[in-house]
Design a protein around this ligand. Structure first.
Ligand code: CAP
Ligand code: MG
Length: 429
């Protein structure tokens, strides 16, 4: 039938070169296809191949074909020669390794698990402009997790109402007030109004507390509009811009990475829509992969989940993604694909979604202190209000950092006591 060509993309004796981009896939062949045939199709369609042998094939193609070189159970590793890739073009990488292959009839399921990016590929990306150290320096927080909250309801407040809740959040001891992912600029809460009112309120909160306070204002939108909003944030003295990186796409994030770096803004990346790709275990792509691409492009912090909160994600996944984001070299033991980050700074993992003070020790057991914790419903739902709720969450962090149980700490900290009375240590669903 002229399909034999697919097997040209499989060579189990091939040893990847230092400059190859290497992907790991979980492949489930459709009925009637062997693993080898399925693996060949993945390597072919994601690189140079088509469904049949060709009448005309430039010699060069043999050199740039991807090779499926390792098949273990359902897991397949594919090596892609560096010549396939345009320097600094993240969408092109995705169009290859995360493109047509997901729709092939010969595959029942396909999951892109990970990619190992060689120095030769990474050198065309700048990574985060601030990174973990830069953020800590900016916020003047040395050791503890950075704390933030989203005013809830997530959309519906006017700019003034939003600011009032934000002010309470800061006064309760939190560092950051974050916009929600679907709050951008609406008739009842214009971005400009919010950014300006919040800037004034932050000044007051900083004066009164003597602490550094900031906000993640959501600039998500059309790229030129994002640039305009980022510039406004800079002009108002803000330190961060928030972007929904999955819905905006890698090209826009890349553009904004450079714009924000020039404006000295760090990027807070929200991952809304990631679960459309990473939730089904046998298809799509992992959060690990997605997070890796975002660190490469240059977001300074990104959501990784909580494991113990309201959204799906196991402890193992959350920690595994967080470590990849903040370490300079992972997979040294080769149990997972090795990744050296070279010049690329670490990205701060952000844990969010259904957290409340009673869950803080658990989440810190998983993530440690090098993270940001967003506790929103879990402070605004406190029986005495937002300020006391934020105090309770800060007390829970304090207790955990000092190795004291929340139960003991609550004896002398009434805000924490009330939070524990309301939520205990329950996982919300
Ligand atoms: C958290 C949150 C975040 C989620 C996103 C929300 O609020 O603002 O969008 O955390 O999930 O709307 O759910 P709560 P993830 O603290 O009130 O749950 O961080 O996993 O991407
Ligand atoms: Mg949200």
């Amino acid at each position: 039938m002229g399909y034999d060509w697919y097997l040209d993309f499989v060579d189990l004796n091939y040893k990847p070169s230092k400059t190859d981009v290497v992907c790991e896939f979980r492949v489930e062949p459709a009925k009637g296809f062997s693993m080898k045939e399925a693996a060949g199709r993945v390597a072919s369609e994601s690189s140079a191949g088509t469904w049949t042998t060709l009448f005309n094939l430039p010699k060069r193609v043999r050199k740039i074909m991807a090779i499926a070189f390792d098949i273990r159970g359902n897991f397949v590793k594919v090596a892609y020669p560096i010549e396939l890739w345009e320097p600094g073009n993240a969408p092109q990488l995705l169009s290859g390794i995360a493109g047509n292959i997901f729709g092939m009839k010969a595959l029942k399921g396909l999951r892109l698990m990970d990619v190992s990016l060689p120095k030769e590929y990474l050198k065309h990306f700048k990574g985060p402009s601030h990174g973990v150290k830069g953020i800590r320096k900016m916020m003047k927080i040395k050791k503890r997790p950075i704390t933030g909250a989203v005013p809830k309801p997530k959309i519906g407040y006017s700019a003034a109402e939003h600011t009032k809740i934000g002010y309470e959040t800061w006064m309760g001891g939190f560092d950051i007030v974050k916009d929600d992912e679907n709050l951008t600029s609406t008739s009842f809460n214009k971005f400009e109004d919010r950014a300006k009112m919040m800037a004034k309120a932050r000044e007051r909160a900083e004066k009164l507390t003597g602490e550094r306070k900031s906000a993640f204002l959501n600039i998500t939108g059309e790229t030129k509009e994002m640039i305009r909003k980022a510039t406004l944030l800079h002009d108002l003295g803000w330190e961060f811009a928030m972007i929904d990186v999955v819905t905006c796409g890698t090209a826009a994030v890349h553009t904004l990475r450079d714009v924000c770096a020039d404006l000295n803004l760090a990027i807070h990346a929200h991952r809304a829509m990631h679960a459309a790709f990473d939730r089904t275990p046998n298809h799509g792509m992992t959060m690990y992969f997605l997070g890796k691409i975002m660190r490469m492009i240059g977001v300074d912090e990104i959501h990784v989940g909580t494991a113990v909160g309201k959204l799906v994600g196991t402890r193992y996944e959350v920690k595994y993604v967080a470590d990849m984001l903040r370490e300079s070299h992972v997979g040294k033991d080769k149990k997972i694909l090795e990744q050296k980050w070279y010049h690329i700074k670490p990205t701060l993992p952000v844990s969010s979604g259904g957290l409340h003070p009673g869950l803080i020790p658990e989440v810190m057991k998983i993530l440690g202190t090098e993270c940001a914790l967003l506790v929103s419903g879990g402070i605004h739902g406190h029986s005495k209000g937002t300020r006391q709720g934020a105090k309770a969450a800060m007390q829970a962090i304090d207790a955990t950092m000092r190795g004291i149980s929340l139960k003991d700490y609550a004896k002398k900290h009434v805000e924490l006591k009330l939070a524990l009375e309301k939520w205990g240590t329950a996982t919300p669903i």
